[in-house]
Design a protein around this ligand. Structure first.
Ligand code: BGC
Length: 710
C-alpha cells in the first residue's frame, strides 16, 4: 500500500469509530487570543497553548492530533498572540521575490525551513502557498503571491509546499480563487469567463496541487461569478474535487463562512469562527450545521466525507507522527542564510548603464527609504516578526479590519550598514530623504547616490495608483538633477511607475527582501553578487496600459458591494501586452546582470503528446553568473498568443556552457474548450528568449489534433 492509499484506509477506519460530537468538532477552527480580533480565549483551546491563526481540537482516544494552524508563506507569523510574547521567526523575502528567482530549489529550501520553524512551536498546519495570479499591479497582496504566470506560480508554489509537507507539516494553498484584488474583498464579485479561468488562475492551482498534494485548500473571501468562493459549488465540488480529484480538505478564509449550506457546496471546515460570530452573530458550522444534520438536510455521508478529508491529510502528511510538545532545535543561522540566498537571487536589476557594480567611488550618498534602519516588509496576516525583532515599526492605519495591522515594518538589515561593511574605502553618508532639497545637498558633493524608494502594501488594501508615496519621486528627481550617477533601489511588493527612468543610471527592484535583504542589496550594488532575478510581473508604463485603468470599488467605503470584470480572461500581464501590442516599461522575465549569455542550437521535437525543447546556453561574459532562459509559445495554428512554456535557471562560469532540456506541460499550449483541453492540429511557433520581450531564437513544431484531460 502506498502512503496515500494507507492514509485513505486509515481515515475511513478512524472516521467510522468517531462520535458525531467528535466529527463536528473537527469542522471548525478557532483563532488564538489576539487583541483586536479575538480578545477572549475560545474554550476549545486549552489554557496556556501557544496560539496562532487557528486551533481545532484533536481526538486523543483515536490518535488524532489537534490542528494548530499558523500563517503564512514567508515565515511563522506572530502578530501579537497572547502566550507568544517575544516569539520571533525567520522573515523570508516576499513570495514575489521568490518568484523572481525562478529557482524552485530555493522555494523548497525555504518551505523546509519554514516547516521546521512551525514544528518547533507545535504548529502542524502552515497557511502557506499563496498562488493568486498578479492580475492587477494595485493588488495589496501581490507580494504574498509568486507571479502573473500560472506555470511559474505553480512550479514555485508546489516546491514550497513540498518543502513544507516533507517536514510533516500540512500546507494550505490559497486563496481559491480569483482573490486578485483586496478592495471590498468580502463583498467583491470577481467575474470571469469560465474557460479563461481554467487557463489562468485555476491552471495555477491545478498544476500546483498535482505536483504537491497540499493537505488543504483555503477558499477566498470574494465571490466568483456571483457565488462566494467558500460556498461555490462549481469551483469546490465541481472543479476541485470532482474534476481534479482533490482528496484533501477545503477550509474557508477567516470569517468567510456565511451559511451552513456551504458544507453542501464543498466547504469542509470553517475557519476563524470568532470572526463569523462577530460579523454574523453565529458560527454557521457550529449550531446551524448540527441542526441541519439532525433534520436530515446535511447527509451523513457528506459529514463523513468532510471528516475523512481532514483525517486523510493528517495521515498522508504525517502530522500525527510527531509530538507537538517535543522540542526541535532550529538552526537560526542556517535559515537566515536561506533568506539571504533567496534575496540574492530574487533582486532584479531593471536598468544599468554600467554604473553598477559600484567601483572607485570615494564618496557615496545613501538616501531615503529608512535605509539606515532596515528594509520594509508587506503587511497583514503574512507579516513575520524577524529573528531578533523589528528594527522599527511605524503605524499607518486605514479603513476596515486590516487597518490596525497596516504598519511600516522595518526588518533589521540596514542597507546603509551593509554598504559600509562591504565598501570600507568609500565614505558613505546618509540622508533620510524627507526633503528633496536637503537630499540634493548631500548628493551634490558625492560621486554617486543610491536612493531608496519604498511603499507599504498589504492585506485589505489596494493601492490607487503606481506611484511612490511620501514625495519620493521628487526626492529621486532632485538627486538626479545634481548627481549624474544616481541609482535607485525600489523596495515594493508590486511594479511602480518610474517617471525618472531616463534620468538615473541604474534601477534595482528589491521587492520586500526579508531579514537579510539589506545585505543582499548591498552585495548586488557593490558587485559581490551578480544580479540574476527576472521579473515575475510586467512593469507597465502606467495603468492606462493595463486591462482596468479604473479599478471598481476604489474610494468607496469599506463594505460596498463591488464587481470586477476580469475581462482580460487568461491574457494576464505579459499575455495582455502581447495581445494589445503595447510596449511595457519592463517586460515579464526581464532582468540584467553583470555578465552576458548567448543561446544556440535550439531544437524542438514532439512525440504528439508534448513538446520538448533542447538548447545550449553559454556565459559569454567575464564573471560567473546565473541566467534564466525562457521558452514561450507565440502562435498556435495562426492564433497569436504568448504563453510561458518553460524556463531553467542555470549558473555558469565565464566561457562555460550548459545544455537545457525543457519538457512542456501540454496544457500550456492548449485551449480549454467545452469540457477538455484541446490542441489544434498544425504549426505551433515558439521563441527562446531572455524575457517575454527579448526573443533570441525561434522554433516551430507541427502538432496533431488532440483532446485530453477534463
Ligand atoms: C487571510 C489569510 C490568512 C488568515 C489567517 C486572513 O485574513 O486572508 O491569508 O491565512 O487570515 O490569519
Amino acid at each position: 500500500m502506498d502512503a496515500n492509499t494507507a492514509a485513505d484506509a486509515r481515515a475511513r477506519e478512524i472516521e467510522q469509530r468517531m462520535t458525531d460530537d467528535e466529527r463536528f468538532s473537527l469542522l471548525v477552527s478557532a483563532m488564538g487570543q489576539i487583541p483586536g480580533f479575538a480578545p477572549d480565549r475560545d474554550p476549545r483551546i486549552p489554557e496556556g497553548t501557544p496560539m496562532s491563526a487557528g486551533y481545532t481540537p484533536g481526538v486523543a482516544r483515536l490518535g488524532i492530533p489537534a490542528l494548530r494552524m499558523s500563517d503564512a508563506s514567508m515565515g511563522v507569523t506572530n502578530p501579537g498572540y497572547v502566550n507568544r510574547e517575544g516569539d520571533t521567526a525567520t522573515a523570508f523575502p516576499a513570495s514575489i521575490l521568490l518568484g523572481a528567482s525562478f529557482n524552485p530549489k530555493l522555494a523548497r529550501a525555504g518551505g523546509r525551513a519554514l516547516a521546521l520553524e512551525a514544528r518547533s512551536r507545535g504548529f502542524n498546519v502552515q497557511l502557506a502557498g499563496g498562488i493568486n495570479l498578479a492580475r492587477d499591479p494595485r493588488n495589496g497582496r501581490n507580494f504574498e503571491y509568486f507571479s502573473e504566470d500560472p506555470y511559474l506560480s505553480a512550479v514555485m508554489c508546489s516546491e514550497q509546499i513540498n518543502g513544507i509537507q516533507g517536514e510533516g507539516v500540512i500546507s494550505t494553498i490559497k486563496h481559491y480563487t480569483l482573490n486578485c484584488n483586496e478592495v471590498n474583498r468580502h463583498w467583491l464579485d470577481a467575474v470571469i469567463d469560465p474557460a479563461a479561468h481554467r487557463e489562468s488562475d485555476l491552471l495555477a492551482f491545478e498544476i500546483a496541487i498535482e505536483r504537491s498534494q497540499p493537505g488543504s485548500v483555503m477558499s477566498g473571501y470574494n465571490k466568483i461569478n456571483g457565488a462566494y468562493a467558500s460556498g461555490n459549488h462549481h469551483l469546490l465540488n465541481g472543479v476541485l474535487k470532482e474534476t481534479w480529484g482533490y482528496q484533501g480538505w477545503v477550509m474557508s478564509d477567516w470569517g468567510a463562512t456565511a451559511e451552513w449550506e456551504y458544507a453542501l457546496h464543498g466547504l469542509d471546515q470553517e475557519s476563524g469562527l470568532q470572526l463569523d460570530r462577530t460579523m454574523r452573530g453565529a458560527s454557521p458550522f457550529v449550531e446551524p450545521l448540527r441542526e441541519a444534520y439532525e433534520m436530515g438536510k446535511l447527509p451523513k455521508e457528506r459529514l463523513s466525507d468532510m471528516v475523512r478529508r481532514i483525517l486523510r491529510s493528517i495521515f498522508a502528511v504525517g502530522i500525527d507522527a510527531w509530538d507537538p510538545s517535543s522540542t526541535l532545535d532550529i538552526n537560526a543561522a542556517a535559515h537566515h542564510a536561506i533568506a539571504l540566498e533567496q534575496a540574492r537571487q530574487g533582486i532584479v536589476l531593471l536598468r544599468n548603464d554600467g554604473t553598477l557594480p559600484l567601483k572607485g567611488i570615494k564618496r557615496l550618498a545613501v538616501i531615503g527609504g529608512h535605509a539606515a534602519t532596515g528594509v520594509p516588509s508587506g503587511t497583514g496576516s503574512a507579516t513575520v516578526v524577524p529573528q531578533g525583532g523589528y528594527a522599527a515599526v511605524i503605524d499607518i492605519g486605514g479603513a476596515g479590519p486590516m487597518g490596525q495591522a497596516r504598519k511600516l515594518f522595518l526588518l533589521p538589515s540596514s542597507p546603509l550598514a551593509e554598504l559600509r561593511r562591504l565598501m570600507p574605502g568609500t565614505a558613505i553618508e546618509f540622508d533620510p530623504g524627507i526633503n528633496p532639497a536637503e537630499a540634493a545637498l548631500l548628493a551634490k558633493r558625492c560621486d554617486a547616490a543610491v536612493v531608496f524608494g519604498i511603499r507599504v502594501e498589504g492585506e485589505g488594501f489596494d493601492f490607487p495608483d503606481l506611484s511612490l508615496p511620501w514625495g519620493q519621486d521628487a526626492v529621486i528627481e532632485a538627486v538626479a538633477d545634481v548627481n549624474a550617477a544616481t541609482i535607485v533601489v525600489l523596495e515594493t511588493g508590486n511594479p511602480v511607475a518610474i517617471p525618472w527612468l531616463d534620468r538615473v543610471r541604474a534601477v534595482l527592484q528589491a521587492w520586500y527582501p526579508g531579514q537579510a535583504g539589506g545585505q543582499a542589496i548591498a552585495e548586488v550594488l557593490a558587485g559581490q553578487v551578480n544580479p540574476s532575478g527576472r521579473l515575475p510581473v510586467t512593469f507597465p508604463t502606467g495603468l492606462a496600459q493595463t486591462p482596468r485603468p479604473d479599478l471598481p470599488g476604489l474610494g468607496t467605503p469599506w463594505g460596498t458591494p463591488t464587481t470586477i470584470h476580469y475581462n482580460e480572461g487568461a491574457e494576464i500581464g505579459y499575455r495582455w501586452f502581447a495581445k494589445t501590442g503595447e510596449r511595457p516599461l519592463f517586460p515579464f522575465g526581464h532582468g540584467l546582470g553583470y555578465t552576458s549569455f548567448d543561446y544556440s542550437d535550439l531544437t524542438t521535437i514532439t512525440d504528439g503528446d508534448t513538446i520538448t525543447a533542447i538548447f545550449t546556453v553559454i556565459n559569454t561574459g567575464e564573471r560567473a553568473g546565473a541566467d534564466v532562459p525562457q521558452l514561450y509559445l507565440t502562435e498556435a495554428v495562426g492564433d497569436k498568443r504568448l504563453r510561458l512554456l518553460g524556463f531553467q535557471r542555470l549558473e555558469l562560469a565565464p566561457g562555460e556552457s550548459g545544455t537545457v532540456k525543457l519538457i512542456v506541460d501540454p496544457r500550456l499550449f492548449s485551449r480549454y474548450q467545452g469540457k477538455a483541453w484541446r490542441i489544434e492540429s498544425g504549426i505551433h511557433r515558439m521563441v527562446l528568449g531572455r524575457s517575454s520581450g527579448d526573443p533570441v531564437l525561434t522554433a516551430e513544431v507541427i502538432l496533431p489534433e488532440r483532446t485530453f484531460g477534463r
